[in-house]
Design a protein around this ligand. Structure first.
Ligand code: CP
Length: 320
């Protein structure tokens, strides 16, 4: 595997889930694979789960790990070509990428959505430069438009907890005080469409996800109707994706607290499990009662980030 950004990069989901289960049963069985090889994890923004779980995954495979926080200790990086660098940015990404690549065998990148220039975000300008100029396998640790390690961990979690062959899985928008990227809901939609689940998306009008990710998934604008009979509720906020209203890209269009997932919402489900990628704002996205209930999967879901990252890193170093 040379890149990991979209669900297609992982190939058969059944095979990937089987591999994840085998790794979870004995997560050190491939520790010989990474001997004398190095994973470089580059963070352009904050992280708790991705930072820890990906390091743990690399160590499961015997890899050395270097973590770089670009905004804390490195030179400030210019990412655009053709600019006169007379400001506070001391180094260009186009020199920094091959330099960083010379110290490692595989690269993970967490970049960010600017949420002002839709084209720059949706062409994954920064991640693509790493793929083009590093000469190394590159995986997204959440990029401008996608969070595939999270979606893979979510799928593993659903597989482990489903109580019927083809569960109903609902992705619901929920309110948040700040503008957030669409990376998590995009990838979740993309992976759920590829999985054997009955998938429904619910959000206020104006929050339609990009067709590249959501495809022909069923969209239900009535949140309570979407929740009826659901086996899994996956809550997430996202800002306006700019699909139906390009001028609103990246903006917060609604703060409607009636969309907060509470016990009244969960009561119309099929005793659904609650999921969220974390970090989560209690009282905005979900109530204390729902996230603390026995049906909440937020902790096992986060723990499975180690497993999804181990599968992806294993496949990358096997291909070196
Ligand atoms: N879910 C997730 O990616 O968490 P972090 O932002 O803390 O890495």
């Amino acid at each position: 595997m040379k890149t990991f950004l979209h669900v297609a990069d992982i190939g058969s989901l059944q095979t990937a889930l089987q591999e994840a289960a085998e790794i979870k049963a004995d997560r050190y069985q491939f520790e010989h694979l990474g001997r004398h090889k190095t994973a470089l994890l580059i963070f352009f923004n904050n992280s708790l789960r991705t930072r820890l779980s990906t390091q743990k995954a690399a160590r499961n495979l015997g890899l050395d790990v270097i973590v770089l926080d670009v905004n804390a200790g490195a030179w400030k990086l210019e990412t655009e070509r053709g600019v006169i660098m007379d400001g506070d940015k001391s180094e260009h990404l186009l020199e920094a990428i091959p330099v960083m690549a010379s110290y490692c065998d595989v690269i993970g990148v967490r970049t960010f959505a600017g949420l002002t220039d839709r084209e720059a975000d949706y062409t994954e300008r920064i991640l693509r430069q790493f793929i083009q100029y590093s000469g190394r396998p590159v995986f997204s640790m959440e990029s401008a438009t996608a969070h595939p390690l999270q979606a893979f961990a979510d799928l593993i979690t659903i597989e482990e907890h489903k109580e019927k062959a083809r569960p109903k899985v609902v992705l619901t928008w929920a309110p948040h005080p700040r503008a957030l990227p669409q990376a998590v809901p995009n990838s979740f939609a993309e992976w759920m469409r590829a999985a054997d689940v009955d998938f429904v998306v619910t959000h206020p009008e104006g929050y339609e996800l990009d067709p590249e990710f959501v495809g022909d998934a069923r969209v239900e604008y009535d949140q309570m109707k979407a929740f009826e009979g659901a086996d899994f509720i996956y809550a997430k906020n996202w800002s306006c994706p700019g699909v139906t209203c390009p001028e609103d890209y990246g903006k917060v269009l609604h703060r409607d607290m009636s969309w907060t997932v509470d016990e009244a919402h969960m009561a119309v489900t099929n005793n659904a499990h609650f999921m969220h990628c974390l970090p989560v704002r209690r009282g905005m996205i979900v109530t204390d009662d729902v996230i603390e209930s026995p049906r909440s999967l937020v902790i096992p879901e986060a723990a499975n980030r180690e497993i999804s990252a181990t599968v992806v890193l294993k496949r990358m170093i096997e291909g070196l």
